[in-house]
Design a protein around this ligand. Structure first.
Ligand code: ADP
Ligand code: MG
Length: 358
């Protein structure tokens, strides 16, 4: 897949919109007032992934306008999903202030360098627009909304692989209005996953678990690349649906009686297949790993993957969380920043947010 690269553009002194990966996992803080939810940033890996692109642009004396979403506010202003704490954390990581922009109009007056009154535009080379999903136009892919966003910059960079499977305004419509390129981290994701698609070490084993039912419809599309597709997790409860996708390559685990994990025997059986893998791709825990009584199946699978000689890839918010709990992060060759985006890229060979840039 050929994508326009950042390094091929002369961006000196430009205003650059970066569609960044700001959707960090949040940990809920127990509050005195039960109705008020309060969160802390549980992991800042996604922000770290965006740093090389942001630093590159600052090095070209660009004004960087960060766009992104957090959680699912569904077109409404949800105060606890404000990006303000994310701007704070990113600022700390960069050692410089990241200004917050609450309204799209707000940024127009402070175009930067020569602004009046010493407004925040002059001091802050990096600003972050509030959660894009506070505006209904983002998820509805409203063209007018995209146009308004486009007016904030001269150039657009997609540095958010993990949501590039969404046909949202900030991915598929802004590039209609601005010259564009992909960020350094996104291109790395695409390179690793393209290599798996085009030139994998065989056999290719895809392990799918977790709870998101929309994964089921991707399974038939894996037949092209996968030699084995191993299925566990809550998806097994949707088995009648999954079984309609019958194919000899598919192997199902068995759920325990209470349905919260896969049985140890079936986990061991899947582990035997994983051992043979040349490439293993994993998305989705095998059970309710959040409860330590139901992490057994996932642990057997995760250990089998890291102990295999395969090229090992994992992706997905919960998958990453369970890998962390088991302390196995370093043992993977690649951890994708997005579960859904990773699976869709492997199924389709592309994503809407990448097509928009081609
Ligand atoms: P990822 O975030 O890695 O893409 P998902 O979001 O699809 O994964 O699925 C993770 C969720 O699936 C976890 O919250 C886990 O508790 C749940 N889950 C896995 N197996 C089961 C099961 N057998 N019953 C209920 N929930 C399950
Ligand atoms: Mg999840």
């Amino acid at each position: 897949m050929k994508l326009p690269q950042l390094k091929d553009f002369d961006l000196k002194d430009k205003r650059v919109l970066v569609r960044a990966d700001l959707d960090v996992p949040l940990g809920e803080v127990k509050s005195q007032k039960p109705k008020v939810k309060s969160y802390v940033i549980a992991d800042d890996t996604r922000l770290r992934n965006c740093l090389p692109t942001i630093k590159h642009l600052l090095g070209k004396n660009c004004r960087v306008v960060l766009l992104g979403h957090l959680g699912r506010p569904e077109g409404k202003l949800v105060p606890e999903l404000s990006l303000k704490p994310v701007a704070g954390r990113l600022g700390k990581m960069m050692g410089r202030k990241v200004g917050m922009i609450r309204e799209i109009g707000e940024i127009r007056e402070d175009k930067g360098e020569k602004g009046k009154n010493g407004g925040k535009g002059e001091r802050e080379k990096i600003v972050m627009l509030e959660n894009l999903r506070f505006w209904p136009g983002e998820e509805a892919n409203d063209l007018e909304f995209a146009k308004k966003l486009s007016s904030l910059g001269d150039f657009y960079v997609n540095e958010c692989f993990s949501a590039s499977h969404r046909k949202h305004a900030s991915f598929v419509s802004i590039p209609k209005f601005l010259p564009h390129a992909v960020g350094f981290y996104l291109i790395k994701e695409v390179e690793v996953l393209s290599e798996v698609l085009e030139n994998p070490k065989r056999p290719v084993v895809i392990v799918i678990g977790g709870a998101k039912e929309d994964k089921l419809k991707l399974i038939p599309k894996f037949f092209k690349i996968a030699d084995f597709i191993l299925i566990g997790g809550w998806l097994l409860k949707r088995l009648p649906k999954a079984r309609q996708l019958a194919d000899a390559k598919k192997i199902f685990a068995c759920l325990t009686k209470d349905g919260k994990d896969i049985t140890v025997e079936s986990a061991k059986y899947l582990a035997e297949i994983i051992k043979l893998g040349g490439t293993v791709i994993w998305n989705g825990p095998m059970g309710v790993y959040e409860d330590e009584r139901d992490i057994k199946g996932t642990k057997i699978i995760a250990k089998a993957i890291v102990n295999s000689k395969a090229f090992k890839i994992a992706g997905g918010g919960d998958t990453e969380a369970v890998i962390d709990i088991l302390g196995l992060k370093e043992k993977f060759d690649w951890i994708s920043s997005g579960g859904g985006a990773m699976l869709q890229f492997l199924a389709e060979g592309t994503l809407p947010g990448l097509e928009a840039l081609a």
